[in-house]
Ligand binder design. Structure first.
Ligand SMILES: C[S@@+](CC[C@H](N)C(=O)[O-])C[C@H]1O[C@@H](n2cnc3c(N)ncnc32)[C@H](O)[C@@H]1O
Length: 288
């Protein structure tokens, strides 16, 4: 997809979906974001760049850590998500040292040697030219600064995709194999590729740590309601929804039934939990 196509996507229905569902998305991603935040360990007074900050949840969390003597800049290409983040800053998080810029992190002329920490929760896997994008971000880092982001391991290791995909196997023709390195949520699944991108962009001491957890995916008053909620999400918002959305008539009904049965196996008191598997990626900036 062309770069402006990707921007149109995050500025269109996808951006709106993230705004409307921000509470449930935050609930689902919370353990992964927290693991990255703990790893990054931002200190009071630091300046932080939150790349692909979306609705701003991690921007606010980072700002709480760096305090009034520090600052956090959130950048994102999605106007609806950034407007929402700004509204939250004014209402839910007044006084926190945050700023938001509507900008493409890959090319935006950031101030040079400005940031102690480059952070991202699932916001760096969408660059058409990741080496150029990370080189651009590297220029904005102070010598001695650090990078810390969380990204998904391959789709096959994440039940966001693998659970509905397994459920509909045999019901629909197999999709042509996806190009694993194409920009998208799972494009940083291969640790060798991530290492090579960051190294070519100028980062050093690159490390990837696996992090897996149970993610709360479906919620409801009853077990059935939670399962139905998970099915709804898989069909409407999840990364496999593109495939499911195309199904019509009987096949769609059969697919719903099969996906529901898959989520029923993951239902327990409190909701439907699925396995999420990510990398926590760290690196350093030695010189600029
Ligand atoms: C999966 S969402 C994550 C949002 C947020 N970090 C969170 O955890 O809730 C990915 C975000 O990256 C943003 N994004 C994608 N490409 C971008 C780019 N080139 N520059 C800045 N933001 C980008 C999208 O608009 C979207 O908000």
């Amino acid at each position: 997809m062309a770069e402006n196509g990707r921007s149109a996507e995050w500025n269109g229905r996808k951006g709106e979906i993230w705004v409307v569902n921000h509470e449930r998305i935050d609930r689902m991603l919370a353990p992964l974001g927290r693991a990255a935040l703990d790893k990054a360990a931002p200190k009071p007074g630091e300046t932080v760049l939150d790349v692909g900050c979306g609705a701003g949840t991690t921007t606010f969390q980072l700002a709480e850590k760096v305090g009034a003597s520090g600052s956090v800049l959130g950048v994102d290409i999605s106007e609806p998500m950034l407007s929402f983040a700004r509204r939250r800053a004014a209402t839910a998080a007044p006084g926190l040292p945050v700023r938001f810029e509507l900008a493409d992190a890959a090319t935006y002329a950031l101030p040079r040697a400005q940031f102690d920490l480059l952070f991202s929760r699932f916001g760096v896997m969408f660059f058409a030219d990741p080496v150029a994008a990370f080189a651009n971000l590297h220029r904005a880092m102070k010598p001695g600064g650090q990078l810390c982001f969380v990204c998904w391991r391959p789709a096959a290791e994440n039940e966001l995709v693998s659970l509905p995909a397994r459920a509909v196997k045999g019901l629909i023709p197999p999709a042509p194999p996806a190009e694993p390195n194409a920009p998208g949520p799972f494009s940083f699944g291969d640790p060798a590729r991530v290492t090579s991108i960051l190294s070519a962009a100028g980062f050093s001491h690159i490390a990837l740590e696996p992090f897996g957890c149970r993610m709360l995916y479906g919620v409801g008053e009853t077990r059935d309601a939670a399962i139905e909620d998970a099915v709804e999400q898989a069909f409407e918002t999840g990364p496999f929804s593109r495939v499911l959305a195309e199904l019509q008539g009987d096949v769609r009904e059969q697919a719903r039934k099969a996906v529901r049965a898959g989520f029923a196996e993951r239902a327990e008191d409190g909701g439907v939990f699925i396995q999420g598997n990510a990398w926590i990626v760290t690196a350093l900036v030695e010189r600029i």
